[in-house]
Design a protein around this ligand. Structure first.
Ligand code: NAD
Length: 281
């Protein structure tokens, strides 16, 4: 029998966490600690510009000091590495975020490697990635951490559940798998070479999609009553923002579902703010 899913409200959960973060910042300020984030953007990618603006806005909202370094498209790798080095040493900066993607002539791996692991609030540095693997986190990667917070907010415990992730990127899919595994889920990671994808996704009690293809996940890929988390940010045929999941049909089958926009998206920046505050302690 068809049911309609509970819509997971990422905006509301995010707003609640930001309020707590604001209080925490105020407490830290009283002790003379002022969390600070440096945001570095190279080039003129409009999507990156929007993300950077939202990150700065988020900082202001919770009382984090932020600095923006907007560099031209022609910036050399050496220049960028020098800036990161300077920010590593800058005392009023606790977190460094280099907005990806970088222009093609810059090796993003080299840049990430240069960021001090203590200031790596994106948790992309190999030291932090290793810590995630071991379950000894200092920082959690923002998007997967946001997903875990959403599950927590709705009392969805992954323990013992079949958790299926579509996508194996270093930013979302892989760390997502680790966090669900640490939360005692039984985890399967699918990707572009997975055979019988539908068969696997139909096992999922919790299905996380991080593919980047508009409305790819159709209702026949989802088990009745599954929790569906949509990380994707895409444009549909009319240029409208949408996720990886065909929301309208899947919501009739799922027990919980995140919308796009308003689901995982708002959580990502909130987790970045959380990491910056953590780094300042
Ligand atoms: P990516 O391109 O690095 O990875 C996509 C993954 O999808 C790959 O592992 C690939 O194997 C898999 N894939 C592609 N086609 C597939 C298919 N037909 N069947 C099964 N798997 C397939 O992308 P990413 O950086 O992980 O991002 C994924 C999506 O999430 C994008 O839409 C991105 O914009 C979005 N995203 C959202 C947030 C957020 O804050 N909400 C954060 C990061 C990324």
């Amino acid at each position: 029998m068809a049911n309609t899913a509970i819509i997971i409200d990422g905006k509301a959960v995010s707003a609640k966490i930001r309020e707590e973060l604001k209080k925490e910042t105020e407490q830290l300020n009283k002790k003379g600690i002022k969390p600070g984030l440096a945001v570095v953007i190279v080039g003129n990618d409009p999507a990156s510009r929007t993300y950077v603006n939202n990150k700065k806005k988020g900082c202001a909202e919770v009382g984090i000091y932020s600095e923006e370094y907007a560099l031209s498209e022609e910036t050399t790798q050496e220049e960028l590495l020098e800036l990161v080095d300077k920010l590593n040493k800058k005392e009023d900066i606790n977190g460094i975020l280099v907005q990806l993607p970088l222009p093609k002539h810059i090796d993003d791996k080299a840049v990430i490697a240069k960021i001090s692991p203590k200031k790596d609030v994106d948790a992309f540095h190999v030291e932090n990635v290793g810590r995630i693997m071991l379950g000894e986190y200092k920082f959690l990667p923002c998007t997967p951490a946001g997903v875990m917070e959403l599950l927590k907010a709705y009392d969805i415990d992954p323990a013992g559940k079949e958790c299926v992730i579509i996508g194996r990127s270093n930013i979302v899919g892989k760390p997502m798998a680790m966090l669900l595994l640490h939360a005692n889920g039984t985890v399967t990671v699918c990707h572009s070479k997975t055979k019988n994808l539908k068969e696997v996704t139909n096992r999922a009690d919790i299905l996380v999609s991080a593919i980047g293809k508009a409305k790819f996940v159709s209702a026949d890929m989802v088990k009745e009553g599954a929790v569906v988390i949509d990380v994707g940010i895409n444009r549909d045929e009319n240029g409208k923002l949408c996720g990886d999941v065909d929301f309208e049909t899947v919501k009739e089958k799922a027990s919980y579902i995140t919308p796009v926009p308003g689901g995982v998206g708002p959580m990502t920046i909130t987790m970045l703010l959380k990491n910056t505050i953590e780094a300042s302690k």
